[in-house]
Design a protein around this ligand. Structure first.
Ligand SMILES: C[S@@+](CC[C@H](N)C(=O)[O-])C[C@H]1O[C@@H](n2cnc3c(N)ncnc32)[C@H](O)[C@@H]1O
Length: 415
């Protein structure tokens, strides 16, 4: 058993993400940057290069920047997540953004003067488009996207896509308070007529203010934050520190990152938008259960109640295990791995993910340093998830999170 210490310093009671850095863009289950900042400082991991193999919207990079780290790399399979990261951490001259916004706005209003113009633009490939959007919303989104695509500079174009992807979600018929794709009730549909262009321009301003006040001033000219839309693979990089918050479990029964971003990803032209949840950790069911190590007992108990669930759970931990091996082998000797994890409950059986992470790192040449337990009072909805596909049905699965810190002692050959 790897020792766990209850550490109230990491509870941040009454604080939210925005207490330090407003979130540029909505993303499920974001990590409080405060955790990253304090833990990097406590373990003296404020120099060198940082890796986040599940970077989501990039909170670990926010923490890293605040601690003076400039070389960081992130991976996520969800293109929407990597887009948010790129926007947050790419330095774009503020005056260029303002100039482009003026041109963009003029172009749209000029285009809207002739109502036949819309017929010149192709319709996007969105699954069940008329189920999710009204005709007026579809037309306005097509126009906005068309003028975003006309922007030559890729960084500026990405910046304009960030409010676009939020507007897609907000102006669709999806319930905004659910991670999964559920349509609002039919009586609400009739009264739902958003003014898409105004919503977009307002959203653009909000994002611009947050970017220019909070992120832009922190991004170093000589800094390098590389974000890839991919699964992390072994790299001969010798990272100094890994700071990450992996998913709590498979997307289907925990946080549906893919579904949450499906419509935005489809509007961004991502061909695999509807497959993302199956591509994430635990997305494919295992054929056998895990029978070794600290997780085996919990899985065995689950299998007695529901073997299918046990196979799904086994699949998640197998994927996490492979990933930890790749990560561990990409860290230099003396480097640290900091994983912020949740021990969720399946079929009323607690899954000791913190112990699993410590065990896997120890098997890869690391020594467990400490695990802190923190109360979960403020993370975006991790303690209440819909375990079924029933609208609005949620259960409490987690009240605490664990911050697992390990240090690399030996180098093992990846083979
Ligand atoms: C808890 S979220 C990370 C949130 C992030 N720390 C933030 O503050 O936004 C976990 C992320 O892992 C990603 N993910 C799941 N499986 C993955 C895999 N095999 N490779 C890369 N990313 C994965 C999900 O898309 C999700 O964005």
């Amino acid at each position: 058993m790897y020792q766990v210490i209850r550490n109230t310093k990491y509870d941040y009671i009454g604080q939210s993400y925005a207490s330090l850095y407003p979130n540029l863009h909505k993303y499920p289950a974001t990590m409080l940057p405060q955790i990253g900042i304090d833990i990097l400082k406590e373990f003296d991991a404020t120099k060198g290069s940082l890796l986040d193999p599940y970077c989501g919207s990039g909170s670990s990079f926010t923490s890293g920047l605040e601690c003076g780290l400039t070389k960081m790399q992130g991976f996520d399979i969800n293109p929407w997540a990597t887009l948010i990261c790129k926007v947050k951490f790419t330095k774009i001259p503020i005056n260029e953004l303002i100039k482009e916004k003026q041109t963009f706005r003029n172009n749209i209003f000029e285009f809207l003067k002739n109502e036949n113009n819309i017929f010149k633009l192709p319709r996007p490939q969105i699954t069940n488009i008329d189920f999710w959007f009204s005709q007026d919303v579809i037309n306005k989104l097509i126009i906005i996207k068309h003028f975003i695509d006309e922007i030559k500079n890729i960084n500026i174009r990405n910046f304009f896509l960030a409010p676009f992807s939020e507007v897609v979600r907000e102006c669709s018929y999806t319930r905004n308070n659910e991670f999964k794709l559920f349509r609002i009730k039919s009586d609400e549909l009739l009264n739902f007529n958003p003014d898409v262009v105004s919503v977009y321009l307002k959203k653009w301003n909000d994002i611009f203010l947050i970017y220019s006040n909070f992120y832009f001033p922190k991004i170093k000219n000589d800094g390098k934050i590389n974000v890839k839309c991919a699964q992390f693979q072994f790299q001969n990089e010798s990272f100094d520190v890994v700071l990450t918050s992996p998913p709590y479990g498979d997307s289907r029964t925990t946080v549906a990152y893919g579904q949450f971003s499906t419509l935005s990803n489809e509007w961004l032209g991502i061909s695999f938008a509807r497959k993302i949840d199956r591509m994430l950790m635990g997305g494919t069911k295992s054929k056998s259960n895990i029978t070794h190590g600290v997780i085996a007992d919990s899985i065995s108990q689950i299998s007695k109640v529901d073997n299918n669930r046990a196979l799904e759970v086994s699949s998640f931990y197998r994927d996490l295990s492979v990933s930890i091996t790749n990560v561990a082998n990409s860290v230099r000797k003396g480097g640290k791995a900091i994983y912020i994890v949740g021990n969720r409950t399946v079929k009323n059986i607690k899954l000791p993910t913190d112990q699993f992470v410590a065990e896997k790192f120890e098997a890869c040449g690391f020594k467990h340093v400490v695990t802190y337990e923190r109360a979960l009072s403020n993370k975006a909805m991790p303690s209440k998830n819909s375990p079924t596909n029933k609208i609005g049905k949620t259960v409490n699965t987690m009240l605490y999170e664990h911050i697992v810190v390990c240090e690399k002692k030996y180098n093992y050959d990846i083979n």
